[in-house]
Design a protein around this ligand. Structure first.
Ligand SMILES: CC(C)(COP(=O)(O)OP(=O)(O)OC[C@H]1O[C@@H](n2cnc3c(N)ncnc32)[C@H](O)[C@@H]1OP(=O)(O)O)[C@@H](O)C(=O)NCCC(=O)NCCS
Length: 215
């Protein structure tokens, strides 16, 4: 028998007067598998997430636009899609659609598993655990939910064999459909006409036992 864990690491500067993107925390993680008999542990997956601390930014008078813009093109885009242009809360349609009254945002970047350990729903359980651990104060969790590109393995620091080669537009589309259907089981719904999927944080996610049941 084996046990699986997710180990998350983050970092924050202790210096006052940092850059605006200090209000974004990055979580880099590994999924480990421990042999219950030998106690030996190895890394079998990787996860990555960001949290935008909008409520800390407002307390400290930092513009949320600057926070997101300074961090990355992706957060700049998400700011435009989700937040009031000059405020700290989500735009009215987002608040109505997702009951997103809290201001922080969780961005689930990716999860990848070694091929040997796929098909056991460990990816889904890892995402669920990250939402549980990192989602406090968040009105929304969002993810692009798409197959990772094979050539991104070096950037993600995983062996090439961990990322399937999905060929052609049609192949990528089919993979995205499968992944989106899979993550809908957790409660993710499409964010309007954007490529993003969102998880309303006021709704209870299905318990882990339920996610493990066959569909
Ligand atoms: C995403 C992942 C962690 C999920 O692991 P899991 O919980 O064990 O779930 P599965 O591996 O059974 O994947 C669920 C479904 O998505 C499909 N899928 C997952 N990643 C896929 C990819 N990159 N290309 C094509 N299909 C993919 C699986 O084939 C499976 O489809 P099926 O139900 O028809 O068999 C794992 O599949 C993986 O590492 N994929 C490669 C990396 C990736 O593309 N990650 C997506 C980033 S959001």
């Amino acid at each position: 028998m084996a046990s699986f864990d997710v180990i998350l690491r983050t970092r924050a500067s202790l210096h006052p007067c940092g850059e605006p993107d200090e209000f974004v925390s990055t979580y880099d993680g590994v999924i480990t598998c421990t042999d219950d008999v030998t106690g030996r542990s190895k890394n079998v997956g990787r996860v990555h997430a960001l949290k935008v601390h909008a409520s800390l930014a407002v307390d400290q008078g930092e513009s949320l636009f600057d926070v997101c813009d300074c961090h990355s093109q992706e957060l700049h885009l998400l700011h435009t899609l989700l937040y009031e242009s000059k405020g700290y809360g989500f735009r009215d349609p987002i608040v109505e659609m997702f009951d997103a009254v809290e201001w922080n945002l969780l961005v689930l970047d990716y999860v990848v598993l070694a091929p040997k350990w796929r098909g056991l729903k460990i990816g889904l359980l890892a995402v669920r655990k990250m939402v549980d651990l990192l989602g406090s104060g968040c009105g929304l969790a969002v993810s692009l939910i798409a197959p990772l590109r094979h050539d991104s393995h070096a950037l993600l620091r995983v062996p090439p064999s961990w990322i399937p080669e999905t060929t052609g537009k049609q192949g990528r589309r089919e993979a995205a459909v499968k992944l989106r259907r899979y993550y809908r089981r957790m409660g993710f719904v499409r964010l309007g006409r954007t490529p993003y999927y969102a998880l309303p944080m006021t709704k209870r996610m299905p318990p882990a036992e339920k996610l493990l049941e066959p569909e």
